[in-house]
Design a protein around this ligand. Structure first.
Ligand code: C5P
Length: 304
């Protein structure tokens, strides 16, 4: 059976400037996204109906998976099929290595990969701009998941443009099972900062990335959702302190959390920091590098 295989990376936020709430309930953002080497794979084979199975690494919380009908991969397939006036028809398997924990946009990555993979399987040749429009309808982070690399995201995060990033960055990624719902973190941001104006630009981080120096970048990492997230989950402050005391240059909450990420001087240092954090009782501690590619095809034939 001919199958199409695609890959999609997790994202982290190196800068997340949050403005006041807009009329539509979303917040105006200026964020710098980076794709990291932690990735999911999605394969699709021809079928007459729609079938989705999700396989998970042992550290991924299966209980947090949505029902097939609610799955963002199913929604991505429906939107793409609707655009072309067809019914979604494929046998799809998602292999999840990205933890289902807020802050890594694993669901957004899967949605972006589904768009790319199904576009090829169904031979639709959807123009890039149309795919980006579908992506924005699926979620604020999905357009970035299609582009990958390092990007500035504006609007509610869905308007993305590439940022020069010549470095290779070593990260420790610590997801956490207990949920921290994104809307709750934004609501608490509104409570803490009722008069929030325009979001912080992130220009200092853009300049820092161009140096390729992790110490310079560490000093400019920034997340306006960190304070509300730590207020709701004080244990994350302890985790960040632990990672920094183990030698990370900087630890911070990614996106709305609860995932925390730690920038390290080198891959070797990241392994040391990861081991130290495991020693503090954290089960899942991953090492990754960035930037990585956006959602892309790995192969478009073969047997599975
Ligand atoms: O677009 P996405 O599904 O990722 O958004 C999830 C929730 O996060 C939204 O319903 C909203 O409560 C909050 N959000 C926000 N401002 C943004 C992005 C997300 O308030 N720019």
């Amino acid at each position: 059976m001919t199958a199409v295989l695609g890959r999609a990376s997790a994202k982290i936020n190196l800068h997340l400037g949050v403005g006041g709430p807009r009329g539509d309930g979303f917040h105006e953002l200026r964020t710098i996204y980076q794709s990291i080497s932690l990735h999911d794979e999605i394969s699709a084979a021809p079928a007459t109906g729609w079938r989705l199975v999700t396989r998970t690494q042992e550290y991924v919380d299966r209980a947090a998976l949505p029902a097939t009908d609610d799955d963002i991969v199913t929604r991505a397939a429906s939107l793409l099929a609707d655009l072309h006036g067809i019914d979604p028809h494929a046998d799809v398997a998602v292999d999840k290595a990205i933890p289902i924990a807020g802050g890594l946009a694993g669901g957004s990555a899967d949605a972006a990969a589904a768009l790319v993979v199904l576009d090829r399987l169904w031979d639709l040749q959807t123009p890039h701009d149309a795919l980006m429009d579908l992506a924005a309808r699926l979620g604020s982070d999905v357009p970035f998941a299609l582009l990958g690399g390092t990007c500035l995201g504006t609007g509610r995060g869905e308007v993305v443009e590439e940022v020069p990033d010549p470095g290779e960055w070593s990260w420790v990624v610590v997801p956490s099972r207990a949920g921290l719902p994104t809307p709750a973190v934004y609501r608490h941001f509104d409570e803490l900062f009722p008069g929030a104006g325009a979001p912080a630009s992130g220009d200092d981080l853009v300049r820092a990335l161009a140096t390729g120096d992790p110490r310079v970048v560490a000093a400019t990492l920034h997340n306006d959702l960190q304070e509300p997230a730590l207020d709701l989950r004080p244990d994350l402050a302890t985790l960040i302190g632990r990672g920094e005391s183990e030698g990370a240059l900087r630890g911070l909450v990614s996106g709305s959390g609860p995932t925390c990420v730690f920038l390290c001087e080198s891959g070797q240092q990241a392994e040391v920091v990861a081991e130290g954090i495991r020693g503090a009782g954290h089960e899942t501690v991953l090492v990754a590098t960035g930037p990585d590619a956006g959602a892309h095809l790995v192969s478009s034939s073969g047997t599975r």
